[in-house]
Structure formats: structure tokens, C-alpha cells
Design a protein around this ligand. Structure first.
Ligand SMILES: Nc1ncnc2c1ncn2[C@@H]1O[C@H](COP(=O)(O)OP(=O)(O)OP(=O)(O)O)[C@@H](O)[C@H]1O
Ligand SMILES: [Mg+2]
Length: 493
């Protein structure tokens, strides 16, 4: 009897190819679970359990950083002085969420504006809830590493971290894009730039290796580029001590960048060098890295595809080849690589340019600060105008009752609350539904709980909502309104 043949899986992984861009950098990644804070309490009650209170996380000593581990007090959700603080998380209170920057296997990263200093930052929110102490400990370890390397020029700057609703939140400097996004944007990167990127990453990696730590997840997606074009190592989620790595639970990173010896459970600094080498191959040759199959093995046996590798200089080829040596003992260390003639020359040139770099950085920062200030002034001016118009409108019924014949009040007809004061145009402020169109997806995304969804039908414009109260306001309410105007004027000047 003839054997029935099972259909074979399609194998199209037999040839190295250039990277393909389908519009999504990480289309194969799963959607994150919905961020639904545990808000089972009734809206009126303000009882909070421990996980609902934002707890700052910091491993810095008090001497090193006196306010490490302290969250801005007025913003803490545990501070139940206002009804708003009862219903909103620390994240929602402290930041304006502007856009989603990216997503990895552990977290979603958002571009935010910090309400306290009006500056832009990135906040990474862990995707999974802290289900067990082990998972929580791993996430807190990530915070420790971010803090530890925050001061290094080639590692991402960390601001603060906190946990709330069984999730980890990490605030860090905002970078322009990841190296992967940069590659998709440029496709061809000049070799001079490749050497600069390699220099930056070797510096960052050396700082880790000097402390006997290994990154284990070096890839283009985990390298960020700031406004000064400096490349920074990020995502310290898998960082581990070399000594602990082989005995404990070291986790391998992305298989596309994985060193071959990781399959045998050998974790060492050389594994990071391999990952950086293969990332440089991807960057320099715009090559699509396989995540498994025969091509994956070829790359780990020192067989680099000629049609790709021949497009770059011999010097760069040699560096990449030795970084990707199959035997981890043959790979150079970060320090040895930094001593390469091309990189030494660049470091010398960098030193002579340091003053110029500092000046341009200062200029860029002050320009950004001035722009932020200008935006604040504009907002405050609008707010002021709004209050002035409100006050003028507020005084209308009082003056109307004194002056006979005005607006029909003397005839006993009730004055329309939406009628304008003579000579002053009526201004309707449509705040409801004013979500910026470009970011609408982000605002209505699954991050918001059912309570937070923008139900425009339920909302009314401030003029419609507050009118009745304002017209019949007491002197105390008027005083409050005047205080608000005063506050706006202070914002302005
Ligand atoms: N500070 C930042 N500034 C700008 N973009 C950022 C920043 N931090 C992260 N991103 C973007 O978010 C993406 C995911 O961030 P990150 O790598 O930290 O998440 P992850 O879940 O730990 O990822 P992985 O799957 O690699 O472990 C990055 O690839 C990058 O595009
Ligand atoms: Mg990542």
C-alpha cells in the first residue's frame, strides 16, 4: 500500500535576502493585553488597596540621589484629597500621552509630556501584570540596570520608575528612533556612519562588560538614537551577571541575533559581541536576518553571504567576521575592538570636537526650552482670554437687572444664558472631542479602561455645562473664578 505523504511545510528560507518592509516593524508581535486598572470600587468611595497606590521604585541610595524613590506627592493616586486622584492612575495624572513609540515583548512605550515640567519623555509600561513575585522581581531588576547605566553617554537616561495596578512604569529620556527604524528609513547607511554607530555601541557595551554584566538582547530594535545622533543601548530586561548566567535562569534574546553557544547554555560576554557583529552585518548590508533554518546555521559557521558582505570595505568585513567567529574564544572583547585603528582615529577626532558638540547640544536644548515656554504662553493666553470672556458674561445679569430695558430683563423675560454681552462676540470652546486627529488611535486605544473611553455623546462643551452655575454664581464662586484668572496671568508672566 502506498504511503500517504503529509504535505511538507513551505521552505523559502534557502537564500539570503534584503530586508523587507511591510509598513510594520514588528508585525508578528502579539497585541498587548488591555490596560484595565482595577477600579472595582464605586466612584464615590475612595478606598484603595496597596496595588492601586503608585509606589516609587529605586535602587539608588539616599546619598546618591536624595529624592530617588519619591513620587511627586500631589500626583500620587494614594493621595485621596481630590476625586480626580481617586480615579486616575499616577501615569494619567502626571503625563499627557501623545503617541505610541513602540512595543516589545515586555512593554509598550509611549511618548508623553510630563505635566510638571512640560518636557517630552518616553514611558515604558509593562504588558503583563505582576502575576508572581518572580516576574515582578525580574521587572524590578530591569529598573536597577536602567538606573545603573543611566549616567553613561551610550546608555539610555533613566528618570524614575513606579509600580501601580500590578504594572511597572518607567520614565526615561525620549529618543528620536530605534536603529531598526533608522535602517528602514535610510536603507543605505554610509560606512562612516556605521563605524560611528559601532563605536557608540562598543562604548556602551564595554561599560556593561566592565561590571561583569552581559546584555543578552543586543539588536537594532534595542538601540536608540537621540537628537544628537548618539546611539544608546536600551532594554536592559535580560541583563545578567556573567557568573550567575550559567547557573541560573538566563533568558536568551531574539534568535536572529543569538550567538550559537547560547544553544548549549553558555552565556558569556562573547555572546554580546556576536549579537553586535551580526547587527552590524544587518545594518551595513541591509540584510534580512533569519530566525532559524539552514541560513541561521550558515551565519553561525562563519559563512557570510558574498553578495552582501562584498558590498562593504575589507576593514569592516574583517571586524564583522571576527565578531561573528563561531568559537566564542576567538571573538575580540569590546576593549580590543575599541583599539581598532579606525575606531581609535574616530575617538581622537571626537575628543577634539567635544567643545563644539557641547555647544551645539546647549544651543539645541535652549531652543527646545524656548519653544516649550512659547507654547505654554500661548496656552495661558488662550485660557486668560477665556476667563475674561466668562467674567464679562457672568456680570451681565447683574448689570442687566440694574439697567432697565437691557436684553428684555426689565420686561420680566428671563435672559438667555447663551446670549452675548453687547459688543462682545460669543465664544464657544469645543474642548469635548478635541483629541488631536493624528493621535486619535492612541487616545482611544485599549490602554483606556471602559471608564475612560471618550464617550463624546455624554460630554458637553464647557459653556453648556457650566453656564447655569456661572449665571447664578455666588460671590465665593466669582472669587474662585478671579483666582483662576490670576493663576493664568501668573502662567503667562
Ligand atoms: N526612550 C525611548 N525613546 C523612544 N523610543 C523608545 C524608547 N524606549 C523604547 N522605545 C521604542 O519602543 C520599542 C520597545 O521598547 P523596549 O525594547 O524597551 O521594549 P521590550 O518590550 O523590552 O522589547 P524586547 O521585545 O526587545 O524585549 C523600542 O524598540 C523603541 O522603538
Ligand atoms: Mg526591546
Amino acid at each position: 500500500m502506498a504511503k500517504q505523504q503529509l504535505p511538507l511545510p513551505e521552505m523559502n528560507d534557502d537564500k539570503h535576502r534584503h530586508k523587507q518592509f511591510n509598513g510594520h516593524l514588528d508585525s508578528n508581535r502579539l497585541r498587548p493585553p488591555k490596560f484595565i486598572p482595577n477600579r472595582s470600587r464605586s466612584p464615590g468611595s475612595c478606598s484603595v488597596n496597596n496595588s492601586q497606590i503608585a509606589h516609587a521604585i529605586s535602587f539608588r541610595s539616599g546619598a546618591e540621589c536624595p529624592d530617588a524613590g519619591i513620587l511627586p506627592a500631589s500626583l500620587n493616586a494614594g493621595d485621596s484629597t481630590t476625586s480626580m486622584s481617586c480615579n486616575e492612575s499616577h501615569f494619567e495624572q502626571s503625563f499627557e500621552r501623545l503617541a505610541k513609540l513602540g512595543e516589545g515583548s515586555f512593554g509598550e512605550v509611549f511618548q508623553v509630556r510630563d505635566r510638571s515640567d512640560s518636557r517630552l519623555y518616553a514611558v515604558k509600561i509593562s504588558k503583563q501584570l505582576f502575576r508572581g513575585e518572580q516576574y515582578r522581581a525580574e521587572r524590578l531588576e530591569e529598573v536597577r540596570r536602567y538606573e545603573e547605566f543611566s549616567g553613561h553617554e551610550n546608555c539610555i537616561r533613566f528618570i524614575r520608575a513606579w509600580e501601580q495596578y500590578d504594572r511597572l512604569f518607567m520614565q526615561m529620556e525620549l529618543c528620536r528612533e530605534s536603529l531598526e527604524q533608522y535602517l528602514y528609513r535610510c536603507r543605505y547607511i554610509p560606512e562612516e556612519r556605521i563605524w560611528h554607530i559601532l563605536l557608540d555601541l562598543l562604548r556602551g557595551l564595554k561599560s556593561l562588560h566592565d561590571r561583569n554584566l552581559i546584555h543578552l538582547d543586543i539588536k537594532l530594535d534595542n538601540v536608540l538614537i537621540d537628537d544628537d545622533d548618539t546611539c544608546k543601548l536600551a532594554d536592559f530586561g535580560l541583563v545578567i551577571d556573567v557568573d550567575k548566567a550559567n547557573n541560573h535562569h538566563a533568558t536568551e534574546g531574539d534568535s536572529r541575533y543569538m550567538a550559537p553557544e547560547i544553544l548549549q547554555g553558555q552565556f558569556s560576554k562573547a555572546a554580546d559581541i556576536f549579537s553586535l557583529g551580526i547587527a552590524m552585518l544587518e545594518l551595513a548590508c541591509y540584510m534580512d536576518l533569519p530566525s532559524n533554518g539552514p541560513l541561521w546555521h550558515e551565519l553561525r559557521h562563519g559563512k557570510l553571504p558574498e553578495e552582501f558582505i562584498n558590498t562593504i570595505s575589507v576593514e569592516l568585513q574583517q571586524v564583522i567576521k571576527c565578531m561573528m567567529s563561531p568559537d566564542p574564544r576567538q571573538r575580540p572583547t569590546a576593549e580590543q575592538l575599541l583599539a581598532h585603528p579606525v575606531l581609535t582615529r574616530m575617538q581622537k577626532a571626537d575628543k577634539s570636537m567635544i567643545l563644539l558638540k557641547l555647544l551645539s547640544k546647549c544651543f539645541r536644548r535652549s531652543r527646545r526650552a524656548a519653544w516649550t515656554k512659547m507654547c505654554n504662553l500661548r496656552t495661558a493666553a488662550y485660557r486668560c482670554l477665556f476667563y475674561i470672556l466668562e467674567i464679562l458674561h457672568l456680570y451681565k445679569p447683574l448689570t442687566a437687572s440694574k439697567s432697565a430695558g437691557y436684553n428684555g430683563a426689565a420686561n420680566g423675560a428671563p435672559s438667555s444664558p447663551s446670549a452675548s454681552v453687547a459688543g462682545i462676540p460669543r465664544v464657544e470652546f469645543q474642548l469635548a472631542g478635541s483629541t488631536p486627529i493624528g493621535n486619535r488611535d492612541c487616545y482611544v486605544s485599549d490602554f483606556l479602561s471602559a471608564m475612560d473611553t471618550l464617550d463624546l455623546s455624554q460630554q458637553c462643551t464647557p459653556t453648556a455645562c457650566g453656564r447655569k452655575n456661572l449665571v447664578n454664581s455666588t460671590p465665593r464662586q466669582r472669587r474662585q473664578l478671579l483666582a483662576a484668572v490670576n493663576h493664568s496671568l501668573q502662567d503667562l508672566f
